[in-house]
Design a binder for this molecule. Sequence first.
Ligand SMILES: *Cc1c(COP(=O)(O)O)cnc(C)c1O
Length: 231
Amino acid sequence: MTDDVAARWEDLCVRVADACGVVGRDADEVAILLAVKTQPAALVRSAISAGARLLGHNRVQEMTTMGPQLAGAPHEMHLIGQLQRNKARQALAWATCVQSVDGERLADRLEAICAEQGRSLDVFAQVNVSAEATKSGVAPSSAVALARHLGGLEHLRLRGLMTIGANSPDPDVVRSGFEELAALRDEVVASGAPGTAQARELSMGMSGDLELAIASGSTMVRVGSALFGPR
Ligand SMILES: *Cc1c(COP(=O)(O)O)cnc(C)c1O
């Protein structure tokens, strides 16, 4: 099992590098975050041994359970699932980055906790480019406003925008969502608002659509099943 994870991690790195090569990008422009939801800590440790450094949790509960189990294993923990304001403090005990900021009230809550604790936090604004009701994130029409709000908060560092691609068999539909996120990122960076000039990252692309995302400018793919197998 452990060997399998190491081999699949290598395969995944090659797959990302190949996807970059196809569109003339350097492989080191795209980080790989492992979406570790429902996986046992031992398997996640194997992935870290194989070279994974960025981990993402969907649920605060799973993050707080796994946190102590990964002590001593070099990694960074991101929250990639929806965060309720009353769980923000728990999340911040483990997360160095919240990719799923989907509103100003959550942003303000994160800012208040960070100010109180004298720390900073990396954030992405999550945008629902596919408008699927099951997905969180702000509507594209509100994305720039949310990003500007985040950029203005003293203890938060806006890194860019995050999305979950459309659940569609049509690659053109998926691609157009990714292209929309890239265009919104350009708008954010061009806005000139405080804290937005460096917000160039695009967290987009998963096991099934990472090539499309990389072709559209992704700087971070979030991968689960390609490494851990189907859930
Ligand atoms: C599960 C998950 C992923 C990874 O999805 P896979 O299809 O398993 O690669 C990426 N992002 C988020 C927000 C997820 O919940």
